[in-house]
Design a protein around this ligand. Structure first.
Ligand code: 5HY
Length: 244
């Protein structure tokens, strides 16, 4: 089985973190194919970065489909382009935000999310509502650090994230915490140990969900919403699905 993990930003170090997390949790016989586009924003912090990154991400997903990928993971916590990706792919496409919440709701009655910048909070709050997790999610918190600080200043980043997790535990009534950034994969085990609360690393959640769906032969429904894009001049079908 092949699971394609795509980081839509162009920071290879974050892609490698996601790849390592995926390889660490993948079952024997599952091959991880990880990559990121060139020329997209170095990090995705808000709607405009997302909009700029999605076309190149979709092209990588179309290529991976043509190369035999059985499922895809979008390794960015805004789940950018998730629904567009499901239109062009036949294999299941899993966003790490949605997967992280699904795991949280499967192991705890209430959870909080800790992400990076305050500007990402309303974006994730909208996803909480869209994914039907509103009753279970106590709060979306920001550690108030830029995404690339996870690479450039990991000690300070860890301290800020740990402080938010403790507040989620003590003030929100959270019974689990979802890490709200693909760049946090390497912090999860230590954070869980030091805060005493289950910490859900979202890339792992997404890879295991993708693996389970692919193993059970579930494919993206092409009846209705996620049908392949219609053929038209300049349409997605012309540039992307044509590769399939
Ligand atoms: O929006 C965020 O804070 C997190 C999101 N941005 C990014 O470049 N990778 C991510 O997971």
């Amino acid at each position: 089985m092949i699971i394609h993990v795509v980081n839509p930003n162009s920071t290879a170090a974050m892609t490698e973190k996601a790849r390592l997390a995926a390889v660490a949790c993948a079952a024997p016989g599952t091959r991880i194919m990880a990559g990121n586009p060139r020329g997209t924003p170095a990090s995705i912090e808000g709607h405009a970065d997302e909009a700029v990154a999605v076309p190149a991400m979709l092209a990588l997903i179309a290529e991976a489909e043509a190369e035999g990928a059985d499922a895809h993971v979008i390794a960015c916590f805004d789940d950018p382009g998730l629904h567009a990706a499901r239109e062009i792919a036949e294999g299941p496409v899993i966003g790490i935000c949605q997967a992280g919440m699904q795991v949280a709701m499967s192991i705890a009655a209430r959870f909080s999310i800790v992400t990076t910048l305050p500007r990402s909070v309303p974006i994730i709050e909208d996803l909480v509502a869209a994914y039907g997790a509103g009753h279970h999610c106590r709060r979306v918190r920001a550690a108030d650090l830029e995404v690339l600080a996870l690479e450039s200043d990991p000690v300070d980043a860890y301290r800020k994230i740990a402080a938010q997790i403790r507040m989620a535990r003590d003030e929100d009534g959270a019974e689990a915490v979802v890490l709200g950034c693909a760049g946090m994969t390497d912090l999860a085990d230590r954070l869980a140990r030091e805060t005493g609360i289950p910490v859900i690393e979202s890339v792992t959640a997404a890879v295991k969900l993708a693996e389970a769906l692919a193993a059970a032969q579930f494919r993206t429904s092409k009846v209705g919403s996620y049908a392949f894009p219609r053929q038209k001049a300049g349409g997605a079908a012309q540039g992307l699905v044509a590769n399939l």
